[in-house]
Design a binder for this molecule. Structure first.
Ligand SMILES: [Fe+2]
Ligand SMILES: [Fe+2]
Length: 188
């Protein structure tokens, strides 16, 4: 059953930084991540035991990013639990492959400037293929949604994760939650 508890605060939306600038920031952050301490207590406070295992399967850089997403949402006034859990787990599908910073950056560049090349690169690939990281980057929202459901998360959380990189439908009843997740993701 899809949860009906999709009430959100009427928090405003902070404009996102330009996508390439954001990717550069994320790249530098990813390189520094192994040397940083992160406080995972906010994740422990929100996630079930199983969901926390899923959270901890992510790279340190992705965990740090997800904690920033959670903090951003909370700072904007969002309290909806399915949304906050999705904020923490939206990128958990990426843990399926070891993803280098340059591969993540190439995805952003190709998606922005050469989308056909991106779809060629990201088509289905076997785990031993050099293209596997790109395939996982491409499908990480759907993969993450499956993992979240298997870890006992709600259908609404899984729906938010599955759609976090697609253009949201403004007519969908949970559009405000999807928009909040995408704004948070684009800002952190
Ligand atoms: Fe993502
Ligand atoms: Fe993200």
């Amino acid at each position: 059953m899809m949860s009906n508890t999709a009430s959100v605060s009427d928090a405003g939306h902070t404009p996102r930084p330009p996508v390439l600038l954001h990717r550069i920031f994320r790249g530098v952050d990813g390189l520094l991540a192994p040397y940083r301490q992160i406080d995972e207590n906010p994740a422990r406070a929100l996630l079930s035991e199983q969901a926390l295992v899923l959270f901890q399967s992510m790279s340190k850089a992705d965990r740090a990013h997800s904690l920033r997403v959670l903090h951003w949402l909370q700072a904007q006034g969002y309290r909806q639990p399915d949304l906050l859990v999705a904020g923490l787990l939206h990128d958990c599908g990426k843990a399926e492959a070891k993803l280098a910073v340059w591969q993540r950056t190439l995805k952003v560049l190709l998606k922005s400037f050469l989308p056909r090349a991106w779809f060629w690169l990201a088509r289905p690939a076997a785990p031993h293929s050099w293209r596997y990281p790109f395939y996982i980057l491409h499908i990480h929202p759907q993969l993450g949604a499956q993992k979240a459901l298997a870890a006992g998360c709600s259908e609404l959380t899984a729906w938010l994760i599955a759609g976090h990189e697609r253009r949201p439908d403004p007519l969908h009843p949970h559009y405000p939650l999807m928009r909040a997740l995408q704004d948070a993701d684009g800002s952190c």
